[in-house]
Design a protein around this ligand. Structure first.
Ligand code: NAP
Ligand code: ZN
Ligand code: ZN
Length: 353
């Protein structure tokens, strides 16, 4: 074991504070990564505030969040072949899985039927808590470490590891592309990547945001249309018009209203994870053979494919870099939808804590 430094929530809803903890010594297949940047995902806020207690078996405190991890390899185990010292690498929402179940064999490790080992607020195969990327370094098996784009800034690519893949996977699964009308609900961390990726895939992209405040940004990021959902006319104008809606909203909202915007055989995919259940009326679906689906991040192979796609198309995140000491303020601003469009922690600031 060796000591790692980071920031943790010591108990549910507590502000995050400096915290030291143990990381395992690298094993034969492990990669040691010096963390340079880590994105702040809304899931970090949900989890440090224990907002998913209805759906999760346990929340483990002290909790060191962070699953949009970008850094540089500083050491490798004796049998590592996929990464070498000095490589720019990334780690997303999970650090291991069973590797043998049907889902793992299909490259769907995020749906492992035995156990996906989450980057934080999870337990490793020995039952020890996992700690995330708001820290100086992390030790991860080489098979769960990604290669970062070499032609794009590392800080702006960190959020691809959750926000990027969470939108890329359903856009691909439901064939967003030329001739398809795609709506992105909520233009925050996930949503702004949805706009960029759906545009890069060739779809006609509409943003459905609470107001028109982000309209100019939406157009700049690649949206063809932008509507405020606070205006009831929006729902009349856009009724029965989309092939695919990706809903990134973190709060409770009326999903039936959004389902009414799908054309026949259209699908709304939920990626936002509100704290409580949301009712869905059968008529919202039956009226036009509509579908309601969900999606969770992406597997390792698909995440690498997304990173390579972003590298090729010059797609990275719009970020605001913050020192780790501003973490709690950044959380408050995310909660007010006041982030353009992802906070990324500069881990060099950790030495000042
Ligand atoms: P975020 O940056 O806070 O973005 C959420 C956006 O939703 C806001 O920017 C806002 O967009 C809109 N919104 C917020 N409150 C709203 C309300 N009351 N009514 C309507 N719209 C509202 O969060 P994020 O990091 O993108 O994460 C979004 C959600 O996805 C979270 O619940 C997170 O836990 C979840 N998530 C899921 C996965 C997965 O694998 N499924 C992965 C990562 C995150 P506008 O200002 O444009 O309205
Ligand atoms: Zn996330
Ligand atoms: Zn598995």
């Amino acid at each position: 074991m060796s000591k790692s430094k980071g920031y943790a929530a010591m108990s549910p809803k507590a502000p995050l504070v400096p915290y030291s903890f143990d990381r395992r010594e690298p094993r034969e297949h492990d990669v040691v990564i010096e963390i340079k940047y880590c994105g702040i995902c809304h899931s970090d806020i949900h989890q440090t505030r224990d907002e998913w207690s209805d759906y999760q078996e346990e929340s483990i405190f002290p909790m060191v969040p962070g699953h949009e991890i970008a850094g540089v390899v500083t050491a490798v185990g004796s049998k590592v072949t996929k990464h070498k010292i000095g490589d720019k690498v990334g780690v997303g929402c999970f650090v291991d899985s069973c590797r043998t179940c049907a889902e793992c064999k299909r490259g769907l490790e995020q749906y492992c039927s035995v156990q996906t080992i989450w980057t934080y607020n999870g337990r490793d195969k020995e039952g020890n808590p996992t700690y995330g990327g708001y820290s100086d370094r992390i030790v991860v098996d080489e098979n769960y470490v990604l290669r970062m784009p070499s032609n794009l800034p590392l800080d702006a690519c960190a959020p691809l590891l959750c926000a990027g893949i969470t939108l890329y996977s359903p856009l691909r699964q439901w064939q967003a592309g030329p001739g398809k009308k795609v709506a992105i609900v909520g233009m925050g961390g996930l949503g702004h990547m949805g706009v960029k990726l759906a545009h890069a895939l060739g779809a006609e992209v509409t943003v459905l945001s609470q107001s028109l405040k982000k309209q100019a940004d939406g157009k700049r990021l690649g949206a063809d249309h932008f509507y405020a959902t606070s205006d009831p006319d929006t729902f009349t104008k856009l009724a029965n018009s989309f092939d695919l809606i990706i809903n990134t909203v973190s709060a409770k909202m009326d999903w039936n209203e959004y389902l009414s915007l799908l054309r026949i055989d259209g699908t709304m995919v939920l990626v936002g994870l509100p704290e409580k259940d949301v009712p869905v009326g059968a008529f919202s679906l039956t009226a036009r053979r509509r579908r309601l689906a969900g999606s969770q991040i992406g597997g390792i192979g698909e995440t690498q494919e997304m990173l390579d796609f972003c590298s090729k198309h010059g797609v990275a995140c719009d970020i605001e870099v913050v020192p780790i000491q501003k973490l709690n303020e950044a959380y408050e601003r995310v909660l007010k939808s006041d982030v353009r469009y992802r906070f990324v922690i500069d881990m060099a600031s950790l030495t000042k804590s």
